[in-house]
Structures are given as structure tokens and as C-alpha cells.
Write a protein that binds this ligand. Structure first.
Ligand SMILES: [Zn+2]
Length: 315
């Protein structure tokens, strides 16, 4: 799936294309939307080669795009053309609910990607330190069922079984998304559904939702298909304010400046483009906090129209 770009080798050191920069943890971030707080707990923050995500986009191509959209630097694009990305979970605190949105890569999973293979990270300790021990989580939402969004759904028990990580949580999956991945191989051929989704259903903890559903008066879903068939974004309303958690309908803020740019991992690139145009047009009202599921640096900002496309204002 990787395409060699000018001046670059087609051989990445690993399958994130992260060939000369390491992964590191980031401190929790917190945003307040009316009465609701949203806390980001990072599993990893990684400069990512654009060729891992976008066919035909080199690091030089990223820098050229950042010339035309200077707001991308320094938060989202490095001086040498890497995309500054993150994998994190957002915990929404709304009344009595503690809703974990997307569960990263997880520990101990057998994965093709060497960075993710049998990972041994302190993510659950970091969640607890941020005020969210696993037993406090009431709901888990997966925007979609790719490898980096379902990992901590399960953890390895003492007798080697995959069991729900969050013992008191109801796990919410979009029905078309669940049905699709129950019948299709993972992007990298890994047993993602088998080790991180199916055990939730086997433990009778899975509930199927539709995009029209909501969890509570403050938290609902927005259908954003194309990246995957049943992809959902999460919408938070409180006190007259709104935030959205994107999921992977956009992987990097560079796609705000070019909504037509589809990732190589979009199941239906044309539908993904249509979705970005519709959703960005809705969210770019100068008031909505847009929280990127893989956006590095400040992770979130106010989306506004800019040069015929969009910009994220983070200050
Ligand atoms: Zn992802």
C-alpha cells in the first residue's frame, strides 16, 4: 500500500512509516463544553510519514501543503514534513456517565506493525492517574473497528483469555460497522475483530447503535461513513456549546485544508470525500470545538472556513 515518493525509499523501517522518529507519551488534555468535560489520555504521540496514510504524498508534498496552509505548522506538521499524530482515548464526563471514545491499540495484541506488536504500555495506569480507573467507565464507544480504535476493549486475563478491560461498561458498536468487520479481514490481516471485538459480544457486553441514537442528552452520534462503512463521529452538546470527536473521517488536519484528500485506509474514498465536505461544512461555524482522533499537538481547535476549505484555530 505504500507508494515511494520522490527522494524517499519505499521501505519504511516499520509500517507506520515512522523511520527516524520515536513514539512518546503525551500529558492528558482536557476541554470543557458547558457542563461536560472531555479528557484525552494518550497512548502514543508519533511523527508519521505521510506515505503511511496518503498515496502519493511525500514529506516534501506535506511541506508544500503547509506553505499554502501555514496554520498547519508547527502543531501538525514538523519542519521535516512529518505529520504529528497521536493515538488517544477521549473520556467524556457527562453527569454520571464516563464514556470512553476509541480504545487505541492495547497491550499484548499480536500485530503486524512492529510498533504495536505485543505492546506493553502504561495506558491503563495513565487513565487511572487522570481520574478514570477502568471500573469507572460506564460506556465504550468505538467510532469504527480499525486496529487502533478497539485495542483496549479487551485485555489478557491471567488464564490467557481476552476479556473486557472495562468491567462495568456497556460497549457500543455501530451495527453496519460490526457486521462489515465480522465478515472482512482486518487492514493488515491481524485478528483484530477476534481479539478485541468478538470477546465483548461473547461476554454479552456489546450493544448495537445507529447514528440516530444518543447515549444521554449531551452525547450523540453523527454518521460519517466512507473511511469505514459504519463510521461514527461523536457529538457533545452542553450549555449552548458543541464539540465533535472526529474519528478517522479525517486522519490529519492537512485534510481540513484539502477535504478531497482521502487516506489509503478509506474503505470508500468517494464517500469519505463527500462525508468530509458535508461534516466540515456543518462544523466550521466558528464555535464548534473539533477534537481530532489522531491530530497531534493541541489535538483540538475551532474549525473555520479558510481559502475555500477549512482551518483549525487552536489558540
Ligand atoms: Zn485510526
Amino acid at each position: 500500500m505504500n507508494t515511494a515518493a520522490e527522494g524517499e525509499s519505499s521501505q519504511a523501517a516499520d509500517s507506520t512509516g515512522d523511520d527516524d522518529a520515536g513514539s512518546e507519551r503525551a500529558e492528558p488534555q482536557r476541554w470543557q463544553i458547558g457542563e461536560v468535560s472531555i479528557t484525552s489520555i494518550s497512548e502514543s504521540a508519533t511523527p508519521t510519514s505521510p506515505r503511511f496514510l496518503y498515496d502519493g504524498v511525500s514529506k516534501g508534498g506535506v511541506l508544500a501543503r503547509a506553505e499554502a496552509a501555514p496554520w498547519l505548522r508547527p502543531h501538525f506538521v514538523s519542519d521535516d514534513g512529518y505529520l504529528l499524530q497521536r493515538i488517544h482515548t477521549c473520556v467524556i464526563s457527562a453527569g454520571e456517565h464516563r464514556i470512553a471514545v476509541d480504545t487505541c491499540v492495547g497491550n499484548d495484541k499480536e500485530r503486524t506493525n512492529p510498533l504495536w506488536h505485543r505492546q506493553q504500555g502504561p495506558f491503563l495506569d495513565d487513565m487511572t492517574a487522570a481520574g478514570f480507573p477502568p471500573e469507572s467507565i460506564t460506556h465504550v464507544v468505538c467510532t469504527h473497528l480499525h486496529v487502533d480504535h478497539v485495542g483496549w476493549n479487551t485485555c489478557l486475563s491471567a488464564d490467557g483469555e481476552w476479556v473486557p478491560t472495562f468491567p462495568n461498561a456497556e460497549y457500543l458498536f455501530c451495527a453496519p460497522e460490526y457486521d462489515y468487520w465480522a465478515n472482512h479481514e482486518d487492514l493488515f490481516g491481524d485478528a483484530v475483530f477476534e481479539d478485541s471485538v468478538a470477546p465483548i459480544a461473547a461476554a454479552d457486553r456489546a450493544n448495537m447503535v445507529e447514528a440516530v441514537d444518543s447515549i444521554c442528552s449531551e452525547v450523540s452520534f453523527q454518521s460519517t461513513p466512507g473511511h469505514t462503512p459504519g463510521h461514527l463521529s461523536v457529538v457533545i452538546h452542553s450549555g449552548g456549546k458543541r464539540a465533535v470527536i472526529t474519528g478517522d473521517m479525517a486522519h490529519a488536519p492537512m485534510q481540513l485544508a484539502d477535504p478531497d484528500l482521502s487516506s489509503m485506509f478509506d474503505t470508500d474514498p468517494d464517500e469519505a470525500r463527500r462525508t468530509r465536505h458535508i461534516a466540515f461544512g456543518d462544523w466550521a461555524d466558528g464555535e464548534t470545538l473539533v477534537i481530532g482522533t489522531h491530530f497531534g499537538g493541541p489535538t483540538a481547535g475551532i474549525m473555520v472556513p479558510h481559502k475555500g476549505a477549512y482551518r483549525l484555530d487552536c489558540d
